[in-house]
Design a protein around this ligand. Sequence first.
Ligand SMILES: Cc1ncc(COP(=O)(O)O)c(C=O)c1O
Length: 325
Amino acid sequence: MRKAMAEAEVGDDVFSEDPTVLKLEEEVAALLGKEAALYTPSGCMANQLALAIHSIEGDEVIVEADSHIFNYETTAASFLSRVQLNPVKARDRGILSTEEIKPAIREKAYYMPVTRLIALENTHNRAGGTVYPLERVKEISIFAHLNGILMHLDGARLWNACAYSGKSPKDYAQNFDTVSVCFSKGLGAPVGSAITGSQENIAKARRYRKIWGGGMRQAGIIAAGALFALRNNRERLVEDHIKARRFAEIIHESSKNARIDLDRVQTNIVLLQFETPLDATLARLKDAGVLLSAGANGLARAITHLDVTMQDCEQAAMTIVKLFG
Ligand SMILES: Cc1ncc(COP(=O)(O)O)c(C=O)c1O
């Protein structure tokens, strides 16, 4: 990847003249079966571009209560697009159903917000990397479009959802007006995400990206890392899922004080509930060489990725069992 980045052909992407960025955008759009794509510095920007292009000020966007857009994008929806988020809590580990969404749709009245967009997250980060069944996505999408509501997918980890379900990125993407994806995270590129959709929507997104200061010049250097990741690192994601499962199973079998809901361990995220206070627990683990972060709702969060081996995962799990019993 570093070699590809060092050798990248570049141009000025503000003038759409960077051949490597253009290639990345073309490949990711084709992979998702969309007309066009736009390279962005981050997943947050890709999601926020979707909100900006789909809505007008004062609109409402339905999201899951534990979604990234609602919890981790620093009120950007109200800040940048002046829309309101309507968080709906999913009963099934972050995975919404049409029945749960229906009551959140606003009646049409001048004094009510307009429900403009539903944004789903697949895999669902705070729920522990859980995957939407394709049928569920289709059902929500049909319901939304019949009601004149647009659909966006926060697909930061769509690649993991595909590796788990055996479905293609296109299978999921065809149910959405826009899809954002990340080349960082599990794919291992240092920078960048993309938003994909129709030519018209991506032209609008390009304008907002510039307004928000995200127009980049010789971005081919980082896009080359993303392109390398897209081409080479998707198939190996199943390995990360196997490592996460093994890590979780060792702890589940041998620990009384670190609890794991094994049904949630579908992809590369493992959520752990410790008896001891979270901050002190994470600090103790760090001292012992195991890096977990604070996840949602007081849980600790472990991630497997291309830089940790199966042996690392087994050792980390055994350290947790040894330290906490
Ligand atoms: C589900 C989800 N969406 C979006 C993002 C945002 O990505 P970035 O950190 O590149 O802004 C993240 C980051 O963790 C995420 O987990």
